[in-house]
Design a protein around this ligand. Structure first.
Ligand SMILES: [Zn+2]
Ligand SMILES: [Zn+2]
Length: 83
């Protein structure tokens, strides 16, 4: 079994991100490439920035965590299973 392939299949890339300025939820597609620290709201055109201490805008305002954080959680789960 190829671990890296199954890991990518498990990652969720569609999220709903809630703008802190206008409170409108909008769907957004995350990329697994790097962390996104700012995102422009489609409705009020203001920029939302990652909250202090959060890894990115998706982890700050999204309905699910970013792919990088999801990977980290899967790694923890796997560590539990195999320990
Ligand atoms: Zn907005
Ligand atoms: Zn994140």
């Amino acid at each position: 079994m190829n671990l890296s392939t199954s890991r990518i299949q498990n990652l969720i890339l569609e999220t709903r991100i809630k703008c802190p300025h206008c409170q409108v939820e909008q769907r957004s597609t995350m990329t697994s490439m790097g962390r996104k620290m700012a995102h422009d709201c489609r409705f009020c055109n203001q920029t939302m920035y990652a909250k202090p201490g959060k890894c990115c805008v998706f982890c700050s305002y999204g309905s699910i965590k970013c792919p990088a954080s999801q990977e980290k959680e899967y790694a923890l789960e796997r560590a539990k299973v195999y320990s």
